[in-house]
Ligand binder design. Structure first.
Ligand SMILES: Nc1nc2c(ncn2[C@@H]2O[C@H](COP(=O)(O)OP(=O)(O)OP(=O)(O)O)[C@@H](O)[C@H]2O)c(=O)[nH]1
Ligand SMILES: [Mg+2]
Length: 461
């Protein structure tokens, strides 16, 4: 469906770069009157009018508003349908000042463009068939990615990997439906009878593919949203040294004195491509110092909120009562035991710790040795190493609930088969599953869902 309307309002504009001073600021115009509007404000340095430029070419000039120069500008021209939105597009790249880009935008709006709503460029790309709904969502995920794994997942989805996975499932169900329909309509003719074990096999295959996708969603959530991670341990084991190693700078104070860290020190880091919201905490022990006690209480509260704990031990010393008390009070979330100070002579009972913690690494936080082992342990423990970074995974709640609906329908189909219900009942379930998959890719989706998706976008994208 093309959006092109005959008034200028069908042409939208917005600042497409971030709302902060930068080297370049881009104002984008899209719609049937993009060139006309662009020419009202763009004055070419060498007389090349935008309307005469072939797609994918640039012209240098200046932007004018009310007869006055606003800024120098490089205008880029894209001719529909070979553009991001599928429509005629002009992009003005100016100096990236906040005031300047707003002036350029106002000039374009004065010339007849309408201010774009959130995600309106991408919405047009979707409506013009340039991308499906999962690819549109991937654009936002790509912009919001905070670590390499989240970026890889979004990149794969933007390239259509998730769509292909869903489409291949949908094709299997479409074939099955066609066969079921032919057999139901012409049972007496030469249509091969649908063997229920064959139907069962197809439904089971599709069901397990969807179950794998749903599991990938949960793991992907960790890499997209980050994990609240607490570094805990008794005093002086090297928690703050590890924090600084992971941050790559002096974030926490490190001293040889036990009880150095008093407050919770937070920092976002990326480890094994996974964003962690790290909290370095006060060493946990019985203390009579009222200030340290407050810090220790804060450590305990943090531990209760953690999604992942790095519990640190000092490998150069035997396990102490405080270590054991801490082990007994750990929350039931994934835990990695980090035995620190591997550069010193080791006295710790490693065998005991290994029995207690299936995930255990030896490091020297001071020297940086063992960091890769910690990364491996993190990927293994969270299962993020198994994410299909190339083949595509589900990555929004909307996609997840559509996949869940498809899984439910397939399971109902399998149940109908096992109860030896008529194949009509199975057909209804397969149709439901297929409908859920079409909704996932946006092939058949309500306006409400489309609105919801694009409302989450930023203006200018
Ligand atoms: N040899 C060696 N010393 C280390 C290592 N990691 C930390 N240390 C030393 O251990 C001492 C304590 O380090 P911190 O990082 O302050 O320990 P902490 O666990 O944060 O201590 P609190 O804040 O008091 O709970 C410092 O003197 C560090 O230099 C290591 O890998 N090897
Ligand atoms: Mg500390």
């Amino acid at each position: 469906m093309m959006i092109g309307t005959n008034n200028m309002g069908g042409t939208i504009a917005a600042i497409s770069t971030g709302q902060a001073p930068g080297g370049i600021g881009v104002v984008r115009i899209s719609g049937p009157h993009a060139f006309e509007i662009g020419e009202k404000v763009f004055c070419p340095a060498y007389g090349r009018h935008l309307r005469d430029l072939p797609g994918y070419t640039a012209a240098f000039g200046k932007i004018q508003r009310n007869g006055k120069k606003v800024d120098d500008c490089v205008a880029l021209v894209f001719r529909g349908p070979k553009s991001y939105t599928g429509e005629d597009v002009v992009e003005f790249s100016c100096h990236g000042g906040l005031y300047l880009t707003r002036q350029v935008l106002h000039a374009v709006l004065d010339a007849g463009a309408k201010l774009a709503g959130p995600g309106e460029f991408t919405r047009r790309a979707f409506l013009n068939g340039k991308m499906d709904l999962t690819q549109s969502e991937a654009v936002m995920a790509l912009i919001g990615a905070e670590g390499s794994r989240a970026a890889s997942l979004a990149c794969a989805a933007e390239g259509g990997a998730l769509t292909s996975k869903i489409e291949s499932l949908a094709h299997r169900l479409e074939d099955l439906l066609a066969h079921l329909a032919a057999w139901a309509d012409f049972p007496e003719e030469d249509v091969e009878e649908v063997a229920s074990d064959k139907v069962e096999e197809i439904l089971k295959n599709c069901d397990s593919a969807i179950t794998r996708l749903l599991a990938g969603f949960e793991k992907g959530k960790l890499v997209r949203e980050g994990i609240r991670t607490v570094i805990a341990g008794r005093p002086n084991v090297g928690k703050s040294t590890l924090m600084n190693l992971l941050v790559g700078g002096e974030r926490s104070i490190v001293t040889p004195y036990a009880g150095t860290t008093r407050d919770v020190v937070e920092e976002k880091v990326s480890l094994a491509g996974v964003p962690l919201l790290l909290a370095d905490t006060a060493g946990i022990r019985d203390s009579s110092d009222p200030i340290e006690e407050i810090g220790i209480a804060a450590s305990r509260r943090r531990l209760e909120m953690a999604q992942l704990v790095l519990v640190i031990f000092d490998g150069s010393q035997e396990l102490m009562r405080e270590d054991e008390e801490l082990m007994d009070s750990l929350p039931s979330v994934p835990v990695i035991a980090v035995v620190n100070k591997s550069d010193l002579d080791q006295r710790i009972d490693l065998k005991f710790l290994k029995r207690r913690f299936p995930s255990l690494v030896l490091i020297s936080a001071k020297g940086g040795e063992g960091l890769e082992k910690l990364e491996e342990a993190l990927s293994d423990l969270l299962g993020t190493a198994e994410l299909d970074l190339v083949g595509g995974e589900l990555f929004t709640d909307r996609q997840h609930s559509a996949a869940l609906a498809a899984e439910k329908a397939l399971r109902e189909g399998l149940e109908a088969l096992s109860l030896e219900m008529p194949l009509d009942a199975v057909t209804v379930c397969v149709e439901d599953a297929l409908g859920a998959l079409y909704e996932l890719t946006g092939q058949r989706v309500s306006d409400e869902i489309v609105d919801k998706v694009f409302d989450q976008f930023c203006v200018g994208k």
